[in-house]
Design a protein around this ligand. Structure first.
Ligand code: CAA
Length: 240
């Protein structure tokens, strides 16, 4: 029987690349999204990947959303990719409290919500792959991203703790920490800042969504059963 994979924020940016790569590998994939119904439906038509709208920062919405996914795909989730994330960049001395709260809720609380909802069925099944998408900026910190860096660093501690809790149950829990990847999220960075960032990447360019998806495929594989609690840096050679 095909394994079921659920990707949050799975219709755009890095998430869309992950959803498609999992589909191509033969998994039954569901992609969560929040807003932008038309674009999500178009994505679904083009890729054949069913899409489900809910807000991952809302615990009850996650419960209901996962229930719908399981109903539609005919089983429980085997592979969970927590990818949904947003930025609200600003220097801390100018940061609005709402920019802090929404980034922590969307990027970090969401990981708790989704794992909390899904992990009981993985424990019952004695199999699961949880892959949390962190960021180079969670590992090293970034000017203008105290909120985002905190959330993405929080994901790393969460991943290590849950990996230890789940190790005896056939569930691996790992993080991927992408560097700067060409997506809508990085398109909006000011050109002068972009140039500085690229100068700090040994490979000399932003990465691609496929380069992140490939790392996710490795961690999702049934054979990657001895890899848990790690942060897989996929960042073009940035070292800290
Ligand atoms: N290192 C050190 N100092 C830096 C810096 C850096 N990388 N970037 C900016 N600064 C300094 C500036 O030189 C400036 O210093 P002074 O005040 O002494 O002149 C100060 O920080 C303020 O910088 P700005 O002039 O840029 O301030 P601003 O208020 O106009 O803009 C900002 C703030 C919007 C946060 C802007 O700096 C910015 O966009 N920075 C990029 C943030 C970033 O990398 N975001 C990543 C988005 S993509 C993503 O998050 C995906 C992922 O996982 C990688």
């Amino acid at each position: 029987m095909k394994k079921i994979a659920l990707v949050t924020g799975g219709t755009r940016g890095i998430g869309s690349g992950i959803s498609k790569a999992l589909r191509d590998k033969g998994y039954l994939v569901a992609a969560n999204y929040h807003k932008g119904h038309e674009a999500a439906e178009k994505y679904s038509t083009e890729t054949g990947i069913p899409v489900f709208s809910w807000d991952v920062s809302d615990y009850e919405a996650c419960e209901k959303g996962v229930e719908k996914v399981c109903e539609k795909l005919g089983g429980t989730v085997d592979i969970l990719v927590n990818n949904a994330g947003i930025t609200r960049d600003s220097m801390l001395h100018k940061m609005d409290p709402s920019a802090w709260s929404i980034v922590i809720a969307t990027n970090l609380n969401s990981v708790f919500n989704m794992c909390r909802v899904i992990i009981p069925s993985m424990r019952d099944k004695k199999f699961g792959r949880i892959i949390n998408i962190s960021s180079v900026n969670g590992v090293k910190g970034q000017v203008g991203q105290a909120n985002y860096s905190a959330a993405k660093a929080g994901i790393l501690g969460f991943t290590k703790a849950l990996a230890q809790e789940s190790a005896s149950k056939g569930i691996t829990v790992n993080a991927v920490a992408p560097g700067y990847i060409s997506t809508d999220m990085t398109d909006v960075i000011r050109d002068d800042i972009k140039e500085k960032i690229i100068a700090g990447i040994p490979v000399g360019r932003f990465g691609t969504v496929d380069e992140i998806a490939n790392a996710v495929l490795f961690l999702a594989d049934e054979k990657s059963s001895f890899v848990t609690g790690i942060t897989l840096n996929v960042n073009g050679g940035q070292y800290f």
